[in-house]
Design a protein around this ligand. Structure first.
Ligand code: ARG
Length: 652
């Protein structure tokens, strides 16, 4: 058990006597690690709100609590400070026994949760047949880390890659295959040819789309321009009117910037296509391409033999393509149940919604009207087609019934937040009230300019190229750091460090925010990067190697811990906080808390190593104690990185 939990358990008993039952949990939440070690190791700040609730001076309450809580075996000093803070300092013996336990335990003393849940993690879930891009990395690495941490803490986890394998993109490649396939290229490399067909159809569709959209876009821009001229020309004396005029001008200008950008983008799309005569003749010959693509998709969904046959033929190639990336990222799923898996169940889902009177017909479409939203959730279109939400409802039913899920976590881009809000409300209306349904959303990956990360040409950045670049840059660093190493080892380091850096750059950000992607930053040897942690970890292994011990040999004959310098106690406490942090990660599904923890640990270790000689320790016993701290540090770094899906190396 971790210190925080132990302290909270003791306080829970005392709080039960004085606080209202429904307040106890939030009061216990106010027991936290101390911000500064002059306030002890942990701090209980619950006397302040309790004072308000009970109408008594917080200091009296704190004193009463300290007298009532039994902490003798756990804490040395328990002090009431200031208006009623309770500062707690752990007993050294308690810390040392926990360290000894951790050293002899593969799980580093981290205990499993008391109430394991069945947790489904829906992550990665790309739309196949389109190349995976930088945006997909976030869902993939955050989801994988959350799954691993849940599992480590004893939950029963089911990971599921909910592939988009049934959407319009298949209509596009089916159409492309029927009209534009290069048979020799397809035979030589189907994935490349299917990718080309997807892009080719996309470009033609975008061209026609742009041609159709441009006049209206240009007209709006002209109108905005006229309005701006008019407003700018107005003469006002009155202060308020002047202020309003200024505001209107600013607003109009802002709108015009966006509109101008849209017009330019459409013009570029058109000009780009027009510069390619081959493409233009195809575009002219396929003026109705958007409609036809939709028709191919509908035919597929209705079970048309030819289209279903093509889908069956293409899908394995699409899967092989994404699996290559998963292999490089070392990511596995328990299930890969894509949208197509649920296709047969959709009609019944809609029927059930109608029967239960939670869906109604509106203009021929079947809609679920939910409180608090402007628009309903459509589950069947007028033309009979089912939609993304319909599939997701079927998926919830399946996960609840087949897997008895207690929680379903959806690691998906924040732009889908409206979809998930509605989906979860609809699912609850439908009767799935028990399971936790959470959209673990995340922000956008930005380029240096603060705009969504794109290549120079304005395309989305492919995931494959990203991995190549990260690996090759990490290899350059490995060669620079260690020119003598044999080439295959350097390659291995480049791979582990490069992929690790990419994953960590993402995981170390608060997932809700956008973040700026930078190869230089993520591969930096200093700062909160995987590279720093990996080099630090290898250094700890090096210390042990130099003294001819291994974590296993230390484990086999644990000795006493000695705290000669304050930093030895600090490092120990940080090591023991591992379990606490892992539990914290799962409160709001934030892997960055684990990253911060590992970074603090590595920094603390550097201070320890600076101040506490290991080879030249004062005594054998002290050397052993310090080596044990080394073993625990490398164990925690390796396990922690592993839970983030990041490999580590004993030698770099
Ligand atoms: N395929 C979707 C996309 O790329 C993400 C799916 C997320 N999972 C889900 N159950 N809706 O946008």
């Amino acid at each position: 058990m971790n210190a925080l939990e132990a302290i909270r358990n003791r306080f829970a008993v005392a709080l039960a006597d004085i606080a209202e039952p429904d307040k106890v949990d939030s009061l216990l939440g106010m027991i936290r690690p101390a911000q500064d070690d002059k306030f002890g190791d942990y701090q209980a700040n619950c006397a302040m709100p309790l004072g308000k609730q009970l109408g008594r001076p917080p200091r009296d309450i704190a004193t009463g609590l300290v007298a009532a809580v039994s902490l003798d075996d756990l804490c040395d000093a328990v002090e009431v400070a200031g208006p009623g803070f309770i500062n707690l300092t752990l007993k050294e013996d308690w810390i040392k026994s926990r360290l000894t336990e951790a050293l002899s335990d593969d799980a580093l003393g981290v205990q499993k949760v008391e109430k394991p849940r069945n947790v489904v993690v829906d992550f990665s879930s790309p739309n196949v047949a389109k190349p995976m891009h930088v945006g997909h990395i976030r869902s993939t690495v955050i989801g994988d880390a959350l799954a691993k941490i849940h599992r480590f803490l004893g939950h029963r986890v089911i990971t599921d890659n909910h592939l988009g394998d049934w959407g319009t993109q298949f209509g596009m490649i089916i159409y492309g295959y029927k009209h534009f396939v290069d048979n020799a290229a397809y035979t030589a490399d189907p994935v490349v040819e299917l990718g080309r067909l997807y892009k080719y159809v996309r470009v033609i569709m975008d061209y026609h789309g742009a041609v159709a959209q441009l006049p209206a876009a240009q007209e709006l821009l002209d109108k905005q321009h006229t309005a701006l001229t008019r407003v700018s020309g107005e003469q006002h004396e009155d202060k308020a009117a002047l202020k309003k005029q200024k505001k209107d001008i600013a607003r109009l200008k802002e709108k015009m910037v966006d509109q101008q950008a849209l017009v330019e983008k459409l013009q570029q799309t058109i000009a780009g296509a027009q510069s390619d005569t081959g493409l233009m003749s195809a575009a002219d010959a396929h003026a109705d391409i958007a409609k036809s693509v939709l028709a191919e998709t509908v035919k597929l969904h209705e079970g048309d033999t030819e289209n279903k046959g093509l889908w069956d033929k293409f899908l394995p190639y699409c899967l092989a393509d994404i699996n290559r990336l998963y292999d490089r990222l070392n990511i596995r799923f328990d299930h890969v149940l894509g949208e197509s898996f649920y296709h047969d169940q959709l009609a019944a889902v809609v029927e059930d919604f109608i029967q239960r009177k939670i869906a109604t017909e509106s203009d021929g479409a079947i809609c679920v009207f939910l409180d608090g939203y402007d628009a309903p959730m459509i589950i069947r279109k007028q033309d009979g087609a089912y939609l993304y939400p319909t599939t997701d409802l079927a998926t919830i039913q399946y996960r609840a019934e087949e897997w008895q899920a207690d929680a379903m976590l959806y690691v998906v881009d924040h732009r889908q937040h409206d979809h998930f809000d509605k989906l979860f409300d609809a699912a609850r209306l439908w009767g799935y009230k028990e399971a936790e349904l959470t959209h673990v959303s995340f922000g956008t990956v930005l380029g240096d300019d603060g705009k969504p990360f794109k290549t120079r040409a304005g395309d989305t950045v492919g995931l494959e190229g990203l991995l190549d670049e990260a690996e090759s840059r990490a290899l350059a660093i490995a060669i620079e750091q260690n020119p003598e190493l044999e080439e295959s080892r350097q390659q291995e380091i480049g791979r582990v460090v490069g992929i690790g850096a990419l994953k960590y750059a993402d995981l170390s950000q608060n997932r809700s925010s956008d973040y700026k992607f930078s190869y230089d930053k993520m591969l930096a040897l200093r700062g909160n990067t995987a590279t720093y942690l990996q080099y630090a970890n290898a250094r700890v292994h090096g210390i042990m190697r130099n003294l001819n011990v291994t974590p296993a040999s230390l484990k086999a004959q644990t000795g006493d811990f000695i705290f000669a310098e304050p930093v030895e106690r600090q490092l120990s406490l940080q090591l023991l906080r591992f379990e606490e942090v892992l539990n914290d990660v799962l409160v709001e599904y934030k892997p960055n808390l684990l990253c911060n923890y590992l970074f603090d640990l590595a920094q603390l270790f550097a201070r320890f190593f600076d101040q506490c000689p290991v080879r030249d320790a004062d005594s054998q016993a002290q050397q052993k104690s310090r080596l044990q701290l080394c073993a625990l540090t490398s164990g925690t770094l390796t396990t922690g990185l592993g839970l983030l899906g990041i490999e580590s190396l004993e030698r770099i």
